[in-house]
Ligand binder design. Structure first.
Ligand SMILES: [Zn+2]
Ligand SMILES: [Zn+2]
Length: 253
């Protein structure tokens, strides 16, 4: 599957886009920088959106995407996550105060968005993809997605501090081609990382020990003000053992 990195940082600044990843042109994981990067026809091609959690740096683009694709599609954009994430978005973002509820706004073909909850820890078929959400450890409900297509798997992990279950899934996944995992802060800010449910290079090392298999690991969600420090630390700690996800790049998994 083709995995295009639209934005991969844990904060927004010029050259640093918020988390958003486009799979095979039609499935979007998180929406942070999607509408800033994709032209309108590409936005209109998105059939499904998977949200890892409700935080603005991952969900904000959904508001703009809904606005932009009004009248451009024949079927709604299907928005998926686990139930608490969707409930949070309805209550706090698409609540007709911060932004209109685009599940109730209809164009000639029906509502602009539909919200559909996914069962945890079980695969759900979405077109050619099979999607399994697995809970991780953040300050709000948040998941990783095991994405499978044509027998190959990719594990995209949302914001998280140290966690266990997702690594069990990673150990067992068939033909796992890559793991995408966050590292938000340098290790000297361990207290802040713990309080905010994020990883540092130090805690990432503990997490990767749980992976226990040889799979390419890609790091993302670096906070822009700490990029140089985190990169230095990752290099010292892992050498070439982890890769940094490159904004604008397309990977084949
Ligand atoms: Zn985030
Ligand atoms: Zn978050």
């Amino acid at each position: 599957m083709e995995y295009r990195v639209l934005g991969c940082f844990g904060g927004e600044a010029p050259g640093h886009g918020l988390s958003s990843f486009l799979l095979d042109g039609t499935l979007l994981i998180d929406t942070g920088s999607a509408t800033a990067v994709l032209d309108l026809p590409s936005q209109a091609r998105i059939d499904s959106v998977l949200l890892t959690h409700s935080h603005l740096d991952h969900s904000r683009g959904l508001a703009h995407l809904a606005d932009n694709v009004f009248g451009l599609r024949r079927v709604p954009v299907a928005v998926y996550s686990i139930e608490p994430v969707l409930d949070g978005l309805k209550a706090s973002l698409l609540n007709n105060i911060v932004w209109p509820d685009f599940t109730e706004i209809v164009d000639a073909h029906g509502p602009v968005l539909t919200f559909q909850s996914l069962p945890e820890d079980r695969p759900t078929r979405l077109g050619a993809f099979s999607i399994t959400p697995v809970r991780v450890h953040h300050t709000v409900a948040c998941v990783a997605y095991l994405v499978e297509r044509e027998g190959r798997a990719l594990l995209h992990i949302g914001d998280t501090g140290p966690t266990d279950q997702v690594w069990q899934v990673a150990r067992q996944a068939r033909d796992l081609r890559g793991v995408v995992v966050e590292t938000s802060f340098p290790s000297r800010l361990q207290g802040l990382a713990e309080a905010s449910g994020h990883l540092t290079p130090e805690t990432l090392e503990g997490e990767l020990a749980k992976l226990g298999r040889d799979v390419p690991v890609f790091v993302y969600h670096l906070k822009p003000q700490f990029v140089a420090e985190i990169l230095r630390e990752l290099r010292d700690r892992f050498g070439s053992g982890v890769r940094i996800l490159e904004q604008g790049a397309t990977y084949e998994f």
